[in-house]
Design a protein around this ligand. Structure first.
Ligand SMILES: [Zn+2]
Length: 323
């Protein structure tokens, strides 16, 4: 029997059940076993072959597109307005790339000066600013109109396009491709990974940052399956190894790190818990990538990023062109 998960994220989508479709594991096509029922009613299956967790049956591609359209219209426009505050934009430009684990790890694996980087789904653009500071020549693609407009008009980046990765010509060759907060979204994540591989230069790096499902079995109510309910799959360390084999790439960096907000609540005393939970739920309602990034940014101005915890999975693969 799948385990029913309690609501946590205030944003619970209502999906069109008539349009649901069964899907096998999106990474290895194996049949999954039904493990959890998310607060939005979608079932989370586990794949014993590659270790991933995935939604099946899933909403249709058209319904997901509709969800994102509403999501952007309802939330993102006003969010970007707040980011137009010149002080905040100044903070973004001022941040040291080495304060961010993703940027400093990529910089440690590859001398980025003069290298071509592709940021897929750039969000508020902090990753691309870091890459630029490290000397990379950055191209940005994002499907979100507001994100593209913000990146171009506020951050002043001209090499940004409202485009899907599949629309890029195969002849493009990048030294770094960033899929940060991306691979958990599409119904066919393997196609995105395969396209990334095609676009990578020899020795190029594929950087994946996504919620970590490696430790969910230890949780009674896994947090990862109760927030951001638009996510269609969750990776584990095992999935990363399977992906590396499938793409014939080499894992050069793999770790879980960072804390969820829930963990900090659980660690608090009962007295402050109630008040904090209220604030936390309010925060979650606004916890879109931009807000998360902004809060992280502010924290980084006074301290280095938190490397404890295991909430995020960070995997870097190198394109060795193995036979
Ligand atoms: Zn699988």
């Amino acid at each position: 029997m799948p385990r029913q998960l309690e609501p946590l994220d205030a944003r619970i989508p209502s999906w069109e059940r008539d349009h649901f479709g069964e899907r096998p594991c999106p990474f290895c096509q194996s049949e999954g076993s039904d493990r959890y029922i998310r607060p939005d009613g979608l079932h989370v299956c586990s794949c014993s072959t590659c270790g991933c967790y995935f939604i099946s049956p899933s909403p249709s591609a058209a319904d997901l597109a509709k969800f994102y359209a509403t999501y952007y219209v309802d939330h993102r426009g006003s969010e970007y307005q707040q980011y137009k505050d010149p002080v905040l934009v100044g903070e973004m430009f001022a941040l040291d790339p080495h304060s961010d684990i993703k940027a400093r790890t990529l910089a440690s694996l590859l001398h980025l000066k003069g290298k071509r980087a592709l940021d897929v789904g750039c969000g508020m653009g902090q990753n691309l600013l870091f890459m630029k500071k490290l000397g990379a020549d950055v191209t940005v693609i994002d499907l979100d109109h507001d994100s593209v407009e913000f990146t171009r008009n506020v951050l002043g980046i001209q090499s940004v396009h409202r485009q899907d990765i599949h629309a890029l010509p195969d002849l493009e060759s990048y030294d770094v491709i960033m899929l940060h907060d991306v691979i958990e979204h599409p119904l066919d994540p393997l196609a995105v990974l395969q396209k990334s591989k095609v676009l990578l230069a020899r020795g190029g790096l594929l950087s994946i940052w996504t919620p970590n499902a490696s430790a969910v079995e230890a949780e009674e109510q896994p947090v990862a399956f109760r927030v951001d309910l638009e996510h269609m799959q969750y990776l584990t360390f095992q999935t990363c190894r399977q992906i590396a084999d499938r793409l014939r790439m080499t894992i050069v960096y793999l770790e879980a790190q960072g804390r969820s907000k829930l963990k900090s609540i659980q660690n608090m005393s009962a007295q402050t818990k109630k008040r904090t939970t209220k604030r936390f739920l309010r925060g979650l309602f606004r916890s879109f990538p931009g807000f998360v990034q902004l809060n992280a940014m502010r924290k980084r101005l006074v301290s280095r990023d938190d490397q404890s915890g295991n909430y995020h999975l960070f995997c870097v693969l190198r394109n060795e062109m193995r036979a």
